[in-house]
Design a binder for this molecule. Structure first.
Ligand code: HEC
Ligand code: HEC
Length: 368
């Protein structure tokens, strides 16, 4: 949390320097080079992780356990001891991220929602949703002022990719629309990036965000997905027996571990080929594939284990492209982390204590 705050302050200073039109700050290097991540690219990264989280959950948990009937997938997952719906997964994960107070917020929204809580929250959001209905191949982005603060807002269309989306929504007693067809836009994922209040005039679309802030956002979504998965899927099913093994994901009546889920989300997001890469690493890995693969990763992991309040940050270069890299400490937040790792037969370390840094989460992307 502290690390997020620190990077947030750096971001604020950066935005102040971008926003001022006169004065020494306007002449600073970072403004001249317009260094940073364009808001649209930042939103694409965030969306890629949100989408990957929902997809990992749908594909590797819902589809799988629905087919073999091990667990029931139901809107009343709490009472019925079942698995939550993908929309509910996304919603819990967004509440988790939004509650961190890091600035960026996101949510599912629709003009025909099953849950009125998902109605657009402003006129601009409503027009944006209508706009992605008309033009579903692109996210709709704009800059808007709310309560004196400028926001970059991006709305990514949410399409009925399968017959199950259509059937459930059309038949649901609370649905205000009953003629969805496959391929229709059913709603959108709305991402809000706060820009600041000090602009004299409306900032334009080329506005950039500091890379460390973008990395914080990506990291926050990934963390939230893992938390929701750990607390509302794994723990909720109260089936400790299933969690004792660590074999491959697809065999046996076995739930994926939170670390494996996080890896899946990272892999799916990376497949989008937008440059974003994420890895869970450790100097003491249960799975040797999670060991650092170069000097930077080794340095970073050591650094976060002795300076655990902030991510380790470094620029690297490949050819003409500069990459921003941040490695966030991954703490033993519960005794479950400690016990399982200390007892695991392939764990090279068995003296972890609560709150120890057990590894790190690397977030990397190119910055032009
Ligand atoms: C088994 C039923 C079911 C299926 C299948 C389903 N949904 Fe939903 N969906 C819901 C429920 C229930 C909510 C409301 C969740 C909440 O916010 O409480 C919801 C919410 C949503 C929302 C937010 C607006 C609203 O309606 O409240 C969107 C957009 C959405 N779903 C799209 C989809 C898409 C796209 C698919 C297929 C990939 C899908 N849904 C599959 C039941 C379903
Ligand atoms: C029930 C056992 C279990 C629990 C509980 C557990 N882990 Fe793991 N963890 C694993 C396994 C198994 C892997 C290797 C996954 C893979 O195949 O990549 C792993 C991987 C990791 C890695 C990557 C490095 C490595 O060891 O391969 C980190 C970091 C990590 N876990 C941290 C945590 C944290 C933090 C918690 C608590 C929030 C936690 N783990 C809870 C079993 C567990």
């Amino acid at each position: 949390m502290r690390s997020i705050l620190l990077a947030g302050i750096a971001g604020l200073v950066f935005l102040m320097s971008v926003g001022l039109e006169t004065g020494p700050a306007a002449e600073s290097e970072s403004v001249k080079n317009n260094e940073g991540v364009r808001a649209r690219i930042a939103a694409d990264y965030i969306y890629a992780v949100i989408e990957a989280g929902r997809m990992a959950y749908s594909r590797y948990i819902v589809d799988r356990f629905n087919q073999d009937g091990t667990f029931k997938v139901t809107e009343n997952w709490k009472a019925e001891k079942g698995l939550l719906l993908p929309a509910q997964f996304l919603k819990l994960s967004s509440s988790e991220t939004n509650s961190k107070g890091i600035g960026m917020r996101y949510r599912l929204s629709s003009v025909w929602p099953l849950n009125t809580d998902n109605l657009p929250r402003s006129e601009t959001e409503k027009s944006g949703l209508l706009e992605v209905l008309r033009n579903p191949d692109e996210p709709f982005t704009w800059i808007v002022q709310k309560n004196g603060l400028w926001y970059y807002q991006a709305i990514y269309p949410d399409k009925a990719v399968s017959q199950t989306c259509v059937e459930c929504h059309n038949q649901h007693p609370a649905s205000p629309k009953r003629d969805f067809k496959i391929g229709d836009v059913m709603g959108g994922i709305v991402i809000d990036l706060p820009l600041g209040s000090r602009f004299r005039k409306k900032p334009d679309e080329s506005i950039a965000l500091p890379p460390e802030v973008v990395a914080d956002y990506v990291h926050a979504v990934l963390e939230s997905d893992r938390t929701v998965y750990a607390n509302h899927v794994v723990q909720h099913l109260e089936n400790g027996e299933l969690l004792k093994t660590s074999g491959p994901v697809k065999t046996g009546p076995q739930l994926m571990l939170p670390a494996q889920f996080l890896k899946k989300v990272s892999q799916i997001a990376a497949r989008k080929s937008i440059g974003l890469e994420m890895n869970l690493l450790s100097l003491w890995p249960i799975n040797p594939q999670n060991a650092p693969s170069n000097e930077f990763e080794r340095d970073a992991l050591e650094w976060v284990s002795i300076h655990p309040v902030r991510p380790f940050v470094r620029w690297t270069r490949a050819g003409n492209v500069r990459y921003f890299n941040a490695v966030y400490p991954d703490y033993a937040i519960s005794t479950a982390c400690v016990e399982c790792h200390n007892q695991h037969p392939t764990s090279p370390r068995n003296d972890f204590k609560l709150n120890d840094v057990m590894g790190g989460l690397r977030v990397s992307f190119p910055v032009k």
